[in-house]
Design a protein around this ligand. Sequence first.
Ligand code: PHE
Length: 345
Amino acid sequence: MTDQVQEIRSKALQELEALGDPQALEGWRISYLGRKGSLTRLLRGVSSLPQEERRLAGSAANNAKRDLESALARREEDFKQQALSRKLGESIDVTLPGHRVPLGRLHPITQMLREICQAFAQMGFQVVEGPEVEWDYYNFEALNIPQGHPARDMWDTLWIDYETEDGRHPMLLRTHTSPMQIRVMENNRPPIRVVVPGRVYRYEATDATHESMFFQVEGLAVDQGITFADLKGTLYQFARLLFGPDRKVRFRCDYFPFVEPGVDMSIDCFLCRGRGCRICGETGWIEIMGAGMVHPKVLENVDYDPSVYTGFAFGLGPERIAMLKYGIDDIRLFYANDIRFLRQF
Ligand code: PHE
């Protein structure tokens, strides 16, 4: 009987290896290990054998059964692995182009700020930044805008709900970058040439041309013998660097409490070249910044002697310049975080 067991065992294993697909496994199992399978039938016959043969035949048949069962399990696993690797093989086509990784880019206002600062850096200006939460003293007082002065109405202010112990130092979100004029002069001695890019805040209802948060770039030059001609020459050069070499500029009187004289600067409209169009409001000119000679009172506030030192300052709005440059008609688009708008730049 032991011979019979061995015969069935090796035949079964041979057949198993030759099976070509997983569906055939069940048929194989039934014919050897099923209720009426050949090995099962042999096992049943063991009990009717004479005592001496029984032990040997029994253990041989049981071993054979275990071998066939584990060979079956291994075969099942083989088929599973084959199916899996066939599937993977189908989904990887190394000749396909890869997935495109979307490239990030700089926000249009960041680009504008860099372009502006770069132009002034070429002329020897240093780039510095300052706090967005500011003391009343720097935002107004030291800039020759005392408490109660009607000029404060030029800036709609967001006040911070905070009081110093003596209650005399109100805090606010800076309404312009001009407070940095004071901070820079307090911490340095002339010669000074700085530009200050940064966020500013206004208590303002938003519409197509107003935001409650926007950017400014402040400029300041202080030294002995600086004149209005330096102001004009510097700003004219800036306009040409940013808007092209044939740019014309125009200065007109304007009022800011911290400069004297104060001006606003315009460039000739780059769309109509001065003839008049929708962009420039039919005037041929586009206002791009406020500027002026640093007021003597401001110099005194930082202990500079106005009979020794003079300087000029300017402030411009990068959103406005970007809107003009790219024909954008709503300032709110810059901060709406709409990728369809932003990816155009
Ligand atoms: N700070 C002024 C504003 O916000 C602009 C300005 C800066 C004007 C420097 C003159 C000199 O309107």
